[in-house]
Design a protein around this ligand. Sequence first.
Ligand code: ADP
Ligand code: MG
Length: 454
Amino acid sequence: MEKHELIEKLRSNMSRDTWNNWLTTAQILELDNKKVVVGLGNLFIKEAVEKRFGSIIKETINNILGKPVEVVFKEIPISKEQKNAVNGPIIKNRPLKLSEFNPEFTFDSFVTGNSNRIAYYSALEVCKNPGKYNPLFIYGDVGLGKTHLLHAIGNFLMENAPDLKVKYVTAEDFMNQMMDGIRASDMENFRERFRRNVDFLLIDDVQFLIGKNTVQSELFHTFNSLFNSRKQIVICSDRTPDELATFHPRLISRFEMGLITDIQAPDKATKYLIAKKMAQMISLQLTDDVAYYLAEHVDTNLRKLRGAIMNLLLQSQISGAPANIESAKTIVNSMMRMNANKVRFQSPEVLETVKIDTVIDLVAAEFDINRKDIFSSSRKKEIALARQVLAYLFKTTMKLKTKDISEKLDKNHSTIIHSIKKIEHSLLMGNEMIKNKINNIKNKLEDEKGILTL
Ligand code: ADP
Ligand code: MG
């Protein structure tokens, strides 16, 4: 039998998915009476294939040849030119994939310390042994490197296993794409995208789905489908599975099936090293004392550390002098002032205003009218009804006082009382149209609440 015949037979004996995902680089390098050498893309693929499919491939080759032979796997050494040739079409075929991962977020640029070592190694481990820990769930506060690790996985796999289809998506994006699918009545396409054309699914910021039951349910099915076909899933969240208490229990229990690791706030020494690494990444000279100052004074959210370092870069480019402790101090102080403002913005009063605004928008959207119509004096039926529903929601859902409602809607007290009564009456009488609209608005409000209270 010729080498190419053997490879064709092997291919037709394996499942198409397995072949397309893992074996497109397979070649028969040697074939004689006693021994078959199977060449595979690169070291990473060779190891993964040997581990996962080694015995199946051996058995299949023995069956095809009708006699027992020794089967050996080898990585195919490729020359630089070949590598470029291989990279060429991949770049062309997968433009999205290239831009999907931030090239700066790699395992190499990730500094490890006690706070994040386990998360780092588990991320690396899922790359080397996909499916071993499935799913991998990483949680940790904002700015501690979760997204960095997801991108590091993506970058690592693109480099070492370019045939794997790796998909990174934020939960928010997942939801938007799902909504688009629903709107276009093309869920098939959406599901194809997430269930079939994926070997590695990286889901970021899953806490975004708090309160969004339909999206959670879609994620659950996506999850099952990938899991059943042994595709690796990695999930990040700034809440622990426990804290995602309002998530559907079956989704939580899926999260808990795999490996859960956390990232803690870095200690000062790690922060110092991270500051150094960040500076190195952007070719900024950062002396030890400045790095130490930043480690001590910028809080543990590493985005702020990065912000401070970008600022230092700018200043040193303007002044032409290396970053010094004086400019570091100025930057840290102005960051603190910004924080103070942010706290004010998140005060309960401000949040309340944001919520009220959201309800108004949702009601206007549900009745398909403009927001300003609600505050107009128009007596058109749709508009009047929208106003009544709004008053009703203000009272029942937002628990506003009648006096406040009448102020907000610029209508007198008795009009408001009448409006609320009217809606209550309609609901009692089983008016389906009003009931549905109110339910729709409440559901959407639940969704928004998740965002507002984050
Ligand atoms: P999260 O997704 O957890 O909110 P990010 O991954 O966005 O946090 O990290 C915030 C910033 O800090 C990014 O610029 C990231 O590169 C950097 N960063 C976080 N952890 C590390 C680390 N261990 N080593 C180097 N940079 C880090
Ligand atoms: Mg993130």
